[in-house]
Design a protein around this ligand. Sequence first.
Ligand SMILES: [Zn+2]
Length: 332
Amino acid sequence: MIWQSRQTRNAVRSRARIGAIIWSGCPKCYAGLVKLLPRQSSIRIFLTAIALFASLISPALAATWTVRALPVKLVNGGPVLFQVKSPAKLNSLDGTWFGHKITFSYDRTTKTWFALAGVSIETAPGKYTLQLSGEQAAKDSPVTFAHSFLVGRASYPKISVQLAVQKKFTEPSPEQLQQIDEAKKVKDDYLNRVTPDREWDGKFAAPAEASISDVFGSQRIFNGVAQRPHLGLDFRVPTGTPVHAMNGGTVLLARPLYYEGNFIVIDHGQGLLTLYLHLSEFKVKEGDTVKRGQVIGLSGGTGRATGPHLHVAVRWQGTYLDPGRLLQLALP
Ligand SMILES: [Zn+2]
């Protein structure tokens, strides 16, 4: 009887501590319950308190950010589509990636912020951070978040090709050096421009229906001298083949330059440009607005080219990206 009354006293004490205990009628089970239930309950109470505290202090802390990259595996020389879901409703979202500012657009159907960016071909494999900063309607201070991505090494072909290039391109005269210098000034000015509004919309389209004759990142040798990697994509087309705009934008340049020949640059906004080289004819002029697929010129072999072909390049905020990888990206 003494033992039972001690058990009853224990039960009353435990009930007071943990709220409610189901009495099984068996001292053994009862002992187990007393041992088990308070531990479970205290964890539950602790977690509830944390959640309550977090929701009271900051609603943004309680919810989470979702940050994704497309393609999932980032590589040097590759473009990347960042997709962000914020825990709170935002008016605008900006990011910083390799020191470049990224402006995000909002997709209402998926409630996702998105921005196109890239990784330089010179970037070493490693972990790199995307810093996010969002403006909220009712708050003065921005909400911030950081997410790290792993950048791997892309395998670009290392091919040594002996190409016969005219002497004026490997040993230019003083007059030609002046033309090269003038062309460099034009490129330094125009090719690093970042216009704020996005003009591209949806997937990028191939500029010509033709096979590829050289890929991005391959290393060439001109007259025995190793050149920098090929920073574009070559299409095997004869002279006079229509060349199409890869996406919507504004014609930034449409003029002949020394190495590029007849050269068109389309500004797609937010620092994304597409470049079309060695053309035989222009079908647009600087300042024109173009749509994806619109004919902008005819292919040729002007400038430093061993023969007629179309060289296209993609630039993002001063960095050349792989056009082939951009063409594969499913974009909103
Ligand atoms: Zn090329």
